[in-house]
Write a new protein. Structure first.
Length: 245
């Protein structure tokens, strides 16, 4: 994982592009027995939550406003520039794998965004997650973000990143791929109906190929520390890689 891609201002582009890339790889191998659809979920956020999802122009300004009002001296009274509270609507993509011809939902593939890991967005996502757990639908949950609390499991795992593969027929047991910044993203099999060949999703290769095609390198500033910051030992390791490149 390139930690610079986790910046909330860039992540929506990375997230949505990677979901499309996964669909484009999976769809040909699963047809004609399955259809891989791109779905969108919408969130309405309060102004103070915008900072988590990359609305930095508004979010940083709000953070700098005085927490309480104050009386202006008569000499300072006049026309002032202020901000008014406005809700913001954001959308995120996820994949649904449906059996054909009946269009039965078999697997949901989620990739977490900052909106999923903070505030009311996290609460909404957890309700949706719990709803999937109460069905026979498989859930694949990819978390490539160090910021925020990991999604709950019975065994808390301290790792930079995680991929959860929860098969509807094996719940409450699930597979959790836990890995750190310096390790490749592990491949996983996409769960399908019993007896069907399950494709191997090589997310590490997909992300690296997307990085090259999208030219994320031209917008990333590797002279600055990433957001969120790295642990000291990982920061030293990253600086060595950047210097060598």
């Amino acid at each position: 994982m390139d930690p610079y891609l986790e910046n909330p201002a860039l992540w929506p582009d990375v997230h949505n592009s990677l979901m499309v890339a996964m669909r484009d790889v999976l769809a040909p191998s699963l047809a004609p027995n399955y259809y891989v659809g791109i779905e969108q979920r919408m969130y309405v956020l309060k102004p103070e939550e915008d900072l988590f999802i990359g609305r930095t122009d508004v979010g940083v300004t709000l953070q700098r406003l005085p927490p309480t009002t104050r009386s202006l001296p008569l000499a300072e009274a006049g026309v002032l520039e202020v901000l008014v509270p406005m809700e913001d609507e954001v959308g995120e993509l996820f994949l649904e794998v449906r059996e054909l011809p009946g269009k039965k939902l078999v697997t949901t593939l989620e990739m977490l965004s900052p909106v999923n890991k903070f505030g009311q967005g996290r609460r909404k996502y957890l309700r949706k997650r719990e709803g999937v757990f109460n069905t026979r639908t498989h859930l694949v949950e990819v978390d490539l973000l160090r910021a925020g609390e990991p999604m709950p499991t019975s065994r808390p795992v301290q790792s930079d990143y995680r991929i959860l593969v929860s098969r509807g027929s094996q719940r409450p047991r699930a597979q959790l791929y836990a890995f750190h910044l310096r390790q490749p993203i592990p491949p996983f099999h996409l769960p399908l109906l019993p007896g069907d060949a399950e494709p191997l999703v090589d997310l590490n290769t997909l992300l690296h190929d997307l990085y090259a095609r999208a030219r994320f390198d031209v917008i990333l500033d590797y002279a600055q520390p990433p957001v969120p910051p790295l642990r000291e030992e990982d920061a030293d390791w990253a600086r060595e890689l950047i210097h060598a490149a």
